[in-house]
Write a protein that binds this ligand. Structure first.
Ligand SMILES: [Zn+2]
Length: 165
């Protein structure tokens, strides 16, 4: 994806208030992100680790989603979970249930959508083998990396559709 600036990121959010978008902490090392290998920019808020964010490009526009992690990283958590975007299976809390507030009236009523996602939101890097998950593995599949990346994009689209429908 293209390189994003802090103001690009703050202006992209569709499911949080302007105030929240203004206060959130973007990744510290924005200039050093591996942009060419990212399908979306995802990170945990360095100042509030239960908060996570995801920014993607869609028809030349940016769409940012604010998330809240409700599980993962807990001690002794050994259940195996699969990320719903990249389908990496990980143990030890490497996959967390993340909840996004829906847009529009549904969101104002407090309606949310929850999905299991890689806790570090580095799905793009796992699919490109740029990052190994310590306690996990990528499903053994006959898909090429390009096909897995296409599937990641399709999964992102369906997550976004659930948030905005
Ligand atoms: Zn993932």
């Amino acid at each position: 994806m293209r390189t994003l600036t802090e103001s690009d990121i703050r202006a992209s959010f569709i499911n949080c208030s302007k105030g929240e978008a203004k206060r959130l902490n973007p990744p510290k090392d924005l200039a050093d992100q591996p942009w060419e290998d990212l399908d979306f920019l995802g990170w945990r808020d360095p100042g509030a680790p239960e908060r996570a964010y995801l920014v993607m490009e869609r028809d030349d526009r940016l769409v940012g989603i604010a998330l809240r992690a409700t599980s993962g990283g807990g001690r002794g958590f050994t259940a195996r979970s699969m990320c719903s975007l990249c389908l990496t299976t990980r143990t030890g809390g490497g996959v967390a249930l993340m909840v996004a507030r829906r847009t529009g009236e549904a969101g104002r009523q407090g309606d949310t959508v929850g999905q299991y996602l890689c806790g570090d939101l580095d799905c793009s890097l796992y699919l490109r083998s740029r990052k190994e998950s310590v306690a996990g593995r990528v499903l053994e599949e006959s898909l090429s990396p390009e096909e897995k990346i296409a599937r990641l994009h399709a999964n992102l689209e369906s997550f976004l559709a659930k948030i905005t429908e």
